[in-house]
Design a protein around this ligand. Sequence first.
Ligand SMILES: [Zn+2]
Length: 246
Amino acid sequence: MIIDSHVHLKHGDAAATEYTPEQIIEVMDAAGIDRSVVFAMSTTTRRSIEMACDAVERFPDRLIPYVYALPSYERPVIDELREAIVDLGFRGIKLHIGECRLKEYIADPVFALAGELGVPCLIDLGGDLATAERIAAAFPQTKLIYAHFGRYLCTDAKLIDSFIALAERHHNVWLDAAGVVLDWTIAEAVRRIGAGRVLFGTDGPHPAPTPVDMARNGIRQIEMLDISQDDKAMVLGGSIARLLGV
Ligand SMILES: [Zn+2]
């Protein structure tokens, strides 16, 4: 089973591009992806819940919802996150350093809640290694997924190596291979922290070269790695299935 652990109903790009659940399913069907974790960003927590609820209502057997945490000055979002996870069946939380700082006083209540409820937090750290280290050490009971091996489209092998080393030290950290361009670092991570903590994701849908080719290329990237077939299967779906209990 292939599970895409990182799919956007709404992206964090300049245009805050949205994709309908039908468009996402179309890509999945063409690329051979069985299930996808979906979430919206560039919006409020409340709206992210509505968008993901709507998507999962239409495709309950294919889509798995995460709630987007955007801590607000106007209204605390912890109650909304709790309600989404406890009452609406959301399986994880997404956070992005670009839209909300990950300082203790802003983001830590979110990490504490995730630990309490046993759901993972998918975090885009924008390459902020010090914050990655702080969170991993401060919340050993919280399952943390570091998106893009630390930084989207990162070509700094040393920085990626530091994120893999961080995951070696902290067993509450998973690495999300979406948007990783140095292919060999994925195989390196599998060898050092095990395939069970490395997650396949497309960070799609993405228009280039086409949404379907982009998803296929993501799968091919894992299939071409110099690792065992069992490890490939684990990265392509087993690890996120185990993490989410699906
Ligand atoms: Zn993303």
